[in-house]
Design a protein around this ligand. Structure first.
Ligand SMILES: [Zn+2]
Length: 251
């Protein structure tokens, strides 16, 4: 049992209790008691404050779906000339589309359980393409990937969202990448969200060296973007945006 002070009534306390038979937490506060819906799905601010979720996910069994966002997809870098291209780290996380009010996955699932502290830095009414990232670690960032998955498929436990961040890399708009990137940086400075830094490739060796240094730190790989030929953000595969994770053992 956890005793929590009431925020509205001075001196009053509420109790958070785990109900083993039911497999859920309950709170003695009015907000929890008078809440509609099954007991194992209810939440209150005291639970959220303590990072308490439920045994069963809070997300409805039928996830909220919408149209799949028009994500731009990456081709493979095969070692061809990359001088003058933009290079950035490829973050191993979950790709998310911020549509100006909410996050949507590639499959079109709307994330309805994201805590507000996580979304408050994102621009209202502006679409942003990025990755939910949980850091490096593990084989090619697999630890960070798992953290991102936990947040996306979890029940909105704040602790899960404190372990991840949204790192933006593109703005869906009709302009060459360099321009989109500049606008993204300006937007990010104003709203204080994170942008994946871009570096200019000066020689062919730069790509291999960058990959090596990223993978030594348990990162996944690199992304290359043509500064001009990638003329606009478009849906689907774009041959002017490429990823490279080194040689993979293909059969
Ligand atoms: Zn409560």
């Amino acid at each position: 049992m956890i005793r929590v002070p009431s925020t509205s009534q001075k001196g009053a306390t509420y109790e958070l209790r785990w109900v083993p038979d039911g497999g859920f937490w309950y709170c003695t506060c009015p907000a929890w008691r008078f809440q509609k819906g099954p007991v194992d799905r209810r939440q209150c601010k005291h639970m959220r404050m303590r990072g308490i979720g439920h045994k069963r996910p809070r997300a409805p069994t039928k996830p909220t779906k919408t149209r799949r966002p028009p994500f731009m997809l990456l081709g493979q870098w095969d070692g061809d000339a990359a001088q003058g291209w933009w290079l950035s780290e490829k973050m191993n996380g979950v790709r998310l589309w911020w549509d100006g009010t909410r996050f949507i996955t590639r499959g079109g699932r709307v994330l309805t359980h994201v805590p507000t502290f996580f979304t408050k830095a994102l621009p209202k009414g502006v679409a942003v393409d990025g990755e939910l990232w949980g850091g490096r670690g593990g084989k090619r960032g697999s630890k960070g990937f798992r953290r991102a998955l936990t947040a996306v498929h979890g029940s909105g436990v704040p602790a899960h969202w404190q372990q991840v961040q949204f790192v933006a890399f593109d703005l869906p708009m009709a302009a060459p990448y360099t321009q989109r990137y500049q606008q993204l940086v300006t937007l990010a400075k104003k709203h204080k969200f994170r942008v994946v830094p871009q570096h200019l490739v000066r020689s062919p060796r730069d790509v291999v060296q960058a990959l090596q240094s990223i993978q030594e730190r348990d990162g996944e790989g690199v992304v290359l973007r043509h500064p001009v030929l990638d003329t606009a953000y478009t849906k689907g595969r774009n041959k002017h945006v490429k990823k490279y994770k080194g040689r993979s053992p293909k059969k």
